[in-house]
Design a protein around this ligand. Structure first.
Ligand code: HEM
Ligand code: SF4
Ligand code: SF4
Length: 526
């Protein structure tokens, strides 16, 4: 049932994202940056909040009038900041909710990822507590409604000795001290939120806390326009001697109150706790079947740190040498943090298929995908191809299903992630003429399932990241195509266009220097 729900959710997200890919392109699709957008909106809320706080008066009469002053008299700055504060808070709830759903339906919440998921749950509570606290500070009729309902909700807990509702019986029962406490909480809770946001990304290396600049500028502009067209305003001032009749509420933050009115404080507690518990247990319902972690072969590890730098989950540490070899450091893998993506294998300089005599055992390797077997698969499968438009297609489990690609002159090999392929293998395929060209495919460009697979691979191909693809490899014989699972038809068109280009290029002729090197036996001939 859960699996069915996840797959349906995934289907919906993919179709929605396809629409956004048309207008934003797949490198700037906001759906691929929901977590970083939530971070960005937090900073807008924090900066605009600081400005508002400078003018805010922490007293029953002063609270409403100071916010009115900002909204009406200082509409050009204070009013705009107030609207930005509100709209960025709403945007934070929306992006957080979508981010959570997306991680769930894309199956990025189990296994090693449980930590980010688990720490996301207190974030939901803290975001709501921060937002509701903010509405309370305005002390208009909506705040009065929140005050009465929240105190009813909290008073339901048997641990509260003095009922909070006592503060809101009438105007005389409320003191200015209460507003100082509220203001203190409205700063303290967001600070706690920031701390938990920081913890949330601790297990990820290079976490993306900033969305691409174009998304930042676009969302700020959109919120500024909205602030001018529909500025955030207060409702009538609160008056505890009168009961609140009809008010407009912000449904993103305050939907829980009408729910409580329809049910009861106890029901809302049970519902909120049950949902939180359910979410907390989700990564183990059922747990992800984990693949074996990578293993380090110390005999071939020179301590270069490339695997350590490229691992997206900080699963590798560099330790002092333990085997007496003349290197300073050695790689060490923390199995419980490894998602078996193979990005480290693709980064290891010792993972080269051009080995002479010695077996192909790199410094670091996936037990399920030994590179020796990959080299053999390449040789065997490409041997079945004929002509001068032979294409080796290489992809992963999260892109187009390569098992379904049946085209003349094309063979396909699957990898855990395309970046698990050391660039020297591309050199090997082309220079040994196993195929006329290689097409690498996988997830959407901004949304690699293994976080950095596409980015690292593109940098290695472009000679901007170690290990770089050697200059002798003709780039026109290597094509990348990022289209996600649903890009099957486009992929077929891309392959046929590539084959036409290869036909124009004709058979590959290796440079004379390479021919001499092989003749002298400095490279293995496969
Ligand atoms: C204030 C709200 C939140 C913010 C600002 C936030 C931010 C982020 C950021 C910046 C990342 C790293 C993205 C990357 O570099 O790949 C991330 C990852 C993640 N978040 Fe959140 N998040 C929030 C709430 C949540 C919630 C409520 C959940 C779920 C309960 C959640 C689940 C996850 C998971 C599972 C990952 C790891 C994804 C992966 O390993 O590929 N987050 N979040
Ligand atoms: S397989 Fe992936 S997660 Fe595991 S150590 Fe290598 S790069 Fe890190
Ligand atoms: S990339 Fe390879 S050689 Fe370099 S530290 Fe990692 S395992 Fe060792």
């Amino acid at each position: 049932m859960l699996n069915w729900l996840r797959l349906s959710g995934r289907y919906l997200f993919e179709h929605l994202e396809a629409v956004f890919n048309v207008s934003f392109g797949d490198r700037y699709n906001p759906f691929y940056y929901l977590g970083s957008l939530a971070f960005f909106f937090f900073w807008i809320v924090a900066v605009s909040g600081l400005y508002l706080y400078a003018f805010f008066e922490t007293s029953m009469l002063g609270a409403y009038s100071s916010i009115e002053y900002l909204t009406v008299d200082q509409w050009y700055l204070g009013g705009v900041f107030r609207s930005l504060h509100r709209y960025a808070s709403d945007a934070m709830v929306i992006t957080m909710g979508l981010h959570m759903l997306r991680e769930l339906v894309m199956d990025r919440y189990r296994g090693v990822r449980w930590f980010s998921w688990f720490t996301g749950i207190p974030l939901i509570w803290l975001v709501y507590a921060s937002g509701i606290g903010g509405y309370w500070l305005v002390w208009d009729q909506m705040a009065q409604y929140i005050a009465v309902m929240t105190s009813e909700w909290l008073d339901w807990l048997p641990i509260i000795n003095e009922p909070m509702a006592r503060n809101f019986i009438n105007q005389a029962s409320l003191s200015d001290r209460f507003f100082s406490l509220l203001a203190f909480l409205h700063i303290g809770i967001p600070l706690m939120l920031l701390l938990v946001m920081w913890i949330h990304i601790q297990r990820l290396s290079n976490p993306r806390t900033n969305p691409p600049r174009v998304l930042m500028v676009g969302s700020i502009l959109a919120m500024l326009v909205l602030s001018l067209i529909k500025p955030a305003v207060s409702q009538a001032p609160a008056n505890l001697d009168l009961s609140v009749s009809t008010i407009d509420i912000d449904w993103f933050y305050l939907f829980v109150y009408p729910l409580m009115e329809k049910t009861s404080a106890g029901t809302l507690w049970i519902l909120a706790s049950a949902i939180s518990l359910f979410l907390a247990l989700l990564p183990w319902m059922p747990p992800l079947l984990r693949k074996p972690a990578v293993v380090v072969n110390l005999d071939n590890c020179n301590g270069c740190e490339r695997c350590y730098e490229d691992c997206p989950y900080s699963a590798i540490t560099m330790e002092p040498r333990s085997d007496g070899l003349d290197f300073e450091k050695q790689a060490m893998v923390q199995d419980s943090m490894c998602i078996s993506c193979g990005l480290c294998v693709g980064a290891c300089p010792t993972a080269t298929p051009f080995r002479r005599k010695t077996d192909l055992i790199p410094g670091i390797e996936l037990p399920d995908h030994p590179l020796k077997a990959l080299r053999e698969a390449i040789i065997e499968q490409t041997a079945t191809l004929e002509g001068d438009q032979r294409v080796l297609l290489m992809g992963c489990d999260y892109g187009v299903n390569l098992d379904k690609v049946a085209l003349p002159g094309v063979v396909a090999i699957k990898l855990p992630c395309v970046a698990a392929l050391p660039p020297s293998f591309l050199d090997f395929v082309i220079s040994r003429k196993h195929a006329d060209g290689v097409l690498l495919t996988g997830c959407h460009a901004g949304d690699c399932h293994e976080r950095f697979g596409i980015e690292w691979l593109e940098q290695r191909l472009a000679g901007k990241r170690d290990p770089m693809l050697r200059k002798r490899v003709p780039r026109e014989r290597i094509v990348t195509f990022w289209a996600g699972e649903e890009g099957g038809r486009k992929l077929l068109a891309e392959v046929s266009r590539f084959q036409q280009d290869l036909a124009v290029l004709g058979p590959y002729t290796p440079p004379q220097s390479d021919v001499r090197r092989r003749a002298s036996g400095t490279e293995e001939s496969a």
